[in-house]
Design a binder for this molecule. Structure first.
Ligand SMILES: [Ca+2]
Ligand SMILES: [Ca+2]
Ligand SMILES: [Ca+2]
Length: 265
């Protein structure tokens, strides 16, 4: 299954070949942009909060197929959003849509693809450089929300991709559901972190990773599947809510172990 292969291989050492769509910087606004990561890896949507903001974010991916969304809309009622005008359009100050197939970005896309092909032939002589247009959607979205008490919630009906949401030392509440994979990370605040189910997929096709840092963190990875990995961090954390077979890492907090947990280093 191509989508899953690509997602599982996301850690492979590929050059990030073209960070070409950085948005204009503004002093006090969040920022939406996207990055083309090379043939077969498609695009990553990137959202970064500004210091001092308390972001209240939702996103919805649409078009394409699971693991390969054509476009992403992000809404942040806690911040004004700056964006790359080549790939994105605004629907008001708090909502932006970015498209992986924006006609204005196609020329840029092809240039990047040629560079990626050249690089792959250096490491794999004879490797094909035929563009695979089916692999050029958004495979992942990353939200770097920084300090403040941030909120993040998945929209209902989003096309599942990979989602990363990172906060800092505020009291964060992140609730992600319906994604192929999820990574949540926070700091010393008292955080509320949830990885919910993805309907209609076979067991083992979605998973989550949660790292909660200091503070008393409420963690819930009851997505109906085993294998989610939890680090509670320091602080008086209550026992995480898990499915049987989810993995806790006692070396990283999680002193209160619920029934069914698998302890891993
Ligand atoms: Ca925390
Ligand atoms: Ca689980
Ligand atoms: Ca903790």
């Amino acid at each position: 299954m191509q989508v899953r292969g690509n997602i599982r291989g996301r850690g492979a050492a590929i050059a990030c070949l073209a960070v070409v769509l950085a948005a204009p910087q503004a002093a006090s606004a969040s920022r939406a942009a996207l990055t083309y990561e090379g043939p077969g890896y498609g695009y990553e949507f990137y959202y970064e909060g500004s210091p001092g903001e308390s972001n209240v974010v939702t996103h919805r991916a649409f078009g394409g197929s699971p693991g390969e969304a054509d476009a992403i809309t992000v809404t942040d009622t806690g911040a004004t959003i700056e964006y790359d005008p080549v790939a994105c359009t605004a629907n008001g100050p708090h909502e932006v849509t970015c498209a992986s197939f924006n006609p204005a970005s196609q020329g840029l896309d092809f240039a990047n693809r040629a560079a990626a092909c050249a690089a792959s032939q250096v490491s794999q002589p004879g490797a094909s450089c035929i563009p695979d247009l089916d692999d050029e959607g958004f495979q992942r979205a990353r939200f770097m929300l920084g300090d403040g008490d941030n909120r993040y919630e998945s929209s209902a009906g989003t096309v599942p991709i990979g989602v990363t949401v990172i906060g800092a030392d505020g009291d964060n509440a992140f609730s992600v559901r319906g994604e192929l994979w999820t990574s949540l990370g926070t700091g010393d605040g008292d955080d509320d972190l949830r990885v919910g189910p993805l309907a209609g997929l076979l067991p083992g096709t979605a998973w989550g990773s949660v790292e909660a840092g200091g503070g008393a963190d409420r963690i819930d990875v009851r997505n109906g599947q085993a294998g989610d990995r939890v680090r509670c961090g320091d602080g008086p954390d209550p026992a995480p809510k898990i499915d049987s077979g989810d993995q806790l890492q006692p070396e990283h907090g999680c002193e209160r172990v619920p029934p069914g947990a698998i302890l891993v280093p």
